[in-house]
Each structure stands twice: as structure tokens, then as C-alpha cells.
Ligand binder design. Structure first.
Ligand code: SF4
Length: 82
């Protein structure tokens, strides 16, 4: 019985990890995301950025779904302050 229960939980764990953490590489490439600022522009000053717990922690970006490892010092082609 215990083997059957363990097998039953594997898909749930896999789905939970996908939703909770990680980076969205496909979207990062599409938007030319980089972990360093460009010409003084960074995620910290972008309206799409959702900060982490502190100013130095990684956060999220409203236009990169499923990614909670966006650097406050990052930058992408959709940088937006309007
Ligand atoms: Fe950073 Fe680009 Fe998201 Fe703005 S849109 S927070 S620059 S990844």
C-alpha cells in the first residue's frame, strides 16, 4: 500500500515545484533578460517588478510568469517606468 501512496504523490510534488519556484527560461530568452542592469536601467526601477522580501532578494516580474528568481539588478527589453 505505501508504494501506491508514494507513486500517487509524485505528480503533485512535480506540479507544486513548477508553480512555486524556478525561472521561466523561454520567456527570459524572448525578452532578452539579463542578471545585470543596462545603462542604469534595472528591475528595481521597473513597474513590472514585484520585489522579494528585501531590496536585495530576488523577486517576480509581472510579464515573466512562473519565475520567482528575477534579480532586482536584472534588466530585459520590456523595462518600463511609464
Ligand atoms: Fe525586469 Fe524586464 Fe520584468 Fe521589468 S519587465 S521587472 S526589466 S524583467
Amino acid at each position: 500500500k505505501s508504494a501506491g501512496i508514494a507513486v500517487a504523490f509524485i505528480p503533485l510534488v512535480a506540479v507544486t515545484r513548477e508553480v512555486r519556484a524556478g525561472s521561466n527560461q523561454a520567456k527570459r530568452v524572448e525578452l532578452k533578460y539579463q542578471d545585470v542592469p543596462l545603462d542604469g536601467k534595472s528591475c528595481t526601477s521597473c513597474l513590472e517588478f514585484v520585489p522579494g522580501k528585501t531590496e536585495q532578494d530576488v523577486g517576480r516580474c509581472k510579464v515573466i510568469p512562473g519565475d520567482d528568481e528575477i534579480s532586482p539588478n536584472g534588466y530585459c527589453s520590456l523595462w518600463n517606468t511609464m
